[in-house]
Design a protein around this ligand. Structure first.
Ligand code: BTN
Length: 266
């Protein structure tokens, strides 16, 4: 059997479009193993740098969950991004990141996938990837807002590791029926993500809401909403200009949630 090619910066950049750079000085740091690529970039690296690991021993998901990160199968990647001033639409950043990933997945031939609010990547009601954005506290005079944007994508999650995941999940290779070139996929995601980040300060909400509607796997679906020990049900109407999800509850009232766990009803 052919040995799997480990991820490396030069193999990724060969798939970038001509003249594309993450940013002029940015480096792509590749590691065999880290605790978490988000943690590494919070403590190291410069604005625009990318950190990739083949394995994470303490990969983090949202809501304090663990992100299972077995060796040389999937994608675990983080990008450090710095904004000169706090962007007016910062609350939409994580949704924008999710959109940039689904667009990159379309480029490698995936169909029938989308975003599940706020920023899960879904295929047929199963999770394929997720995004974790963390703010960096810094006293930088040059940049008012610094963030680490981490994303994980199940490219070839082994069944043995997948047994430990507490929700329906799916891997890209299984869906496409081929071995996906992780270098190419990473190049597409980094290119798509960087373009969105560069434009983020001059953000067009109408365009964003239109894009979101095209990729939203929850719109019109019946869901359970879990928030601080409380549970409700309703139909998803979409998102508002602040990135809150709008849900029409059984009572007829439309409620907007900034943070909640949304589960699709079967
Ligand atoms: C989620 O859906 O809960 C978010 C998952 C984010 C996982 C990625 S993997 C790369 C980066 N490093 C981490 O520790 N977490 C993110």
């Amino acid at each position: 059997m052919k040995a799997k090619k480990s991820l490396s910066a030069s193999h990724i950049t060969q798939y970038f479009s001509p003249n594309f750079q993450v940013s002029s000085q940015a480096k792509i740091h590749c590691f065999a193993c880290l605790d978490s690529t988000n943690t590494w970039l919070k403590d190291n690296g410069e604005c625009g740098d990318v950190c990739i690991a083949e394995q994470q021993t303490a990969g983090r998901g949202r809501r304090g969950k663990q992100w299972l990160s077995p060796n040389v199968e999937n994608i675990y990647c983080s990008v450090k991004w710095c904004f000169k001033s706090v962007p007016a639409h910062l609350s939409l950043l994580s949704l924008v990141v999710g959109l940039s990933i689904v667009k990159a997945l379309e480029k490698i031939g995936l169909t029938e996938h989308g975003v599940k609010w706020p920023n899960d990547i879904f295929w047929h009601q199963q999770k394929m990837g997720g995004v974790l954005i963390e703010a960096i506290s810094s006293s930088s005079k040059k940049y008012e807002q610094q963030v680490v944007i981490g994303f994980g994508l199940n490219v070839n999650m082994p069944e043995s590791a997948g047994k430990l995941i507490d929700q329906p999940w799916v891997s890209l290779n299984n869906v496409l029926g081929v071995t996906v070139n992780r270098h190419q996929l990473l190049a597409y995601v980094l290119e798509s993500l960087t373009q969105e980040l560069r434009n983020f300060e001059a953000f067009n909400i109408q365009q964003f809401q239109h894009d979101w509607q095209c990729w939203d796997v929850l719109k019109g679906k019946e869901v359970r909403v879990l928030q601080e020990q409380q549970e409700g049900s309703g139909i998803v109407e979409g998102i508002d200009g602040q990135g809150r999800i709008a849900i029409k509850l059984i009572s007829g009232e439309v409620k907007y949630y900034t943070s909640a766990e949304i589960r699709l009803k079967k």
